[in-house]
Design a protein around this ligand. Structure first.
Ligand SMILES: Cc1ncc(COP(=O)(O)O)c(C=O)c1O
Length: 427
């Protein structure tokens, strides 16, 4: 006698893959024998195979892939060598200091925007920082000066206030100017708008650089290419060209997305070489995002699926608000591995929900080839730059641990977070 058994959602985890299937078994009961294998005919209606990414690393976790970081550093170092400019890491964009021994092999140092970042630079990059902050507090300035080789001021009043301390510590002093042009269209990220508080306007420097100033700093880009830099330089030269004969260095800020696949290194190399030749100045670039660009992920897990709206929402063990704040603030939509961001025929739509109580802690639907189930892994791409330096413990939700996948394949957990991390920040 044959009997039909139906299974739904049978799960089998095998090495790097998760097989999930809907099967029908025809089981020959006459041959059932606990000591012999029963005769089974089975039909497989549908089988889904999901890659079990980073199987050895439990979620939630930020995972840096060391080999991808090295690729980026090689690109940056190539531009630095060919153009004859210094490229330093902007710590505000990437500060995973356990990876600094690798970073140090390729980049000339780091730029800090606070006392803590300047200390991190000294402690883990092994060099003094190029420091710029919109303002410096008097009680911190001495220590900032001890940790810095270069300090840039955002106003002439701050320069006047601290110029003697800088002299005492032998610091190379710069002034940040507003070049008056930027291709950045999101106002939140455009430091060059006419009413910007960042950068001295040309009108205040009509008489030249004050005594004691070596360098000029501008920052006008955000994930831009070298053609944007070319346009900024045109405006910068028009407004501040008269200062360049007395400057020793020009710091062209960050936002140079040199590690993007479409970035044209030869173009920026020529541009920078021409600039250096024309003005006989040292040139410094201080990208942050480009260093950590596409070097790692946030691994998350589906903990529940609720069907309260138009589309089901897969609720994850991470929060967009707490662990990926830029996705809501900037805002931007992260890529999700094996899912489409846009509607796709035949795919299953799921909103991705964060685990905080904030109503807006979710992403509009992604389209998955396979149905999602509790326990599935969700890989949020490109989560190394800015994401990690901006996370919070909002709602007390568990903070993802931090891992490095080393080039030799070893996985190292470099930080786990717990209750104490949440508690100790608040009292
Ligand atoms: C002064 C300054 N330098 C460097 C950077 C780094 O920029 P990015 O990470 O876009 O390369 C920033 C970013 O805001 C900045 O404000």
């Amino acid at each position: 006698m044959w009997r039909l058994y139906n299974t739904t959602n049978m799960l089998c985890k095998k090495s790097d893959y998760v097989f999930r299937g809907h099967f029908s078994f025809f089981w020959n009961l006459d041959t059932i024998d606990f000591y012999n294998t029963p005769q089974i005919i089975y039909l497989c209606h549908k089988i889904s195979v999901m890659k079990n990414y980073y199987p050895e690393i439990p979620s939630p976790a930020f995972i840096l892939e060391e080999k991808l970081l090295r690729n980026n550093l090689e690109k940056l170092s190539y531009v630095s060598k060919e153009a004859g400019v210094s490229i330093i890491l902007a710590l505000k964009g990437y500060a995973l200091w356990k990876s600094f021994p690798l970073v140090r092999q390729y980049l000339a140092g780091a730029t800090a925007s606070s006392l803590s970042e300047a200390k991190l630079c000294v402690d883990y990059m092994g060099s003094k920082a190029h420091t710029f902050a919109p303002v410096y507090a008097p009680e911190e300035f001495d220590e900032i000066a001890r940790c810095s080789s270069h300090i840039t001021f955002n106003s002439l009043s701050q320069f006047e206030k601290y110029k003697d301390v800088c002299k005492q510590y032998g610091i190379s002093v710069g002034l940040r100017v507003n070049p008056g042009y930027s291709d950045v269209t999101t106002e939140m990220y455009n430091p060059c708008s006419p009413n910007s508080r960042l950068g001295i306007p040309a009108s205040e420097l009509a008489d030249g650089l004050p005594n004691g100033v070596d360098g000029i700093h501008f920052h006008a880009l955000c994930e831009n290419d070298s053609y944007s830099l070319e346009r900024v330089l045109k405006s910068f030269e028009e407004k501040f060209g008269h200062l360049l004969s007395s400057a020793k260095w020009v710091n062209m800020g960050g936002g140079h997305l040199i590690t993007h696949k479409d970035y044209k290194p030869e173009h920026v190399i020529q541009l920078l070489k021409d600039f250096k030749k024309k003005y006989d100045v040292a040139v410094i670039l201080e990208p942050g995002g480009a260093v950590g660009w596409q070097t790692g992920v946030l691994k998350a897990r589906v903990l529940d699926i609720v069907n309260y709206g138009e589309n089901p929402t897969a609720i994850l063990d991470v929060s967009f608000a707490a662990h990926m704040p830029d996705t809501l603030e900037m805002p931007y939509r992260p890529n999700v591995r094996d899912a489409f961001s846009e509607k796709n025929e035949g795919c299953y739509a799921y909103r991705l929900g964060g685990n905080s109580c904030l109503a807006g802690d979710f992403m509009m639907p992604y389209y998955f080839k396979e149905q999602l189930h509790v326990g599935d892994t969700i890989i949020l791409e490109d989560m190394m730059h800015y994401t990690m330096v901006k996370t919070t413990t909002f709602n007390g939700v568990t903070h993802p641990s931090i891992w490095i996948e080393h080039e030799d394949g070893r996985n190292e957990c470099i930080r786990k977070f717990g209750y104490a991390d949440f508690r100790d920040r608040l009292s």
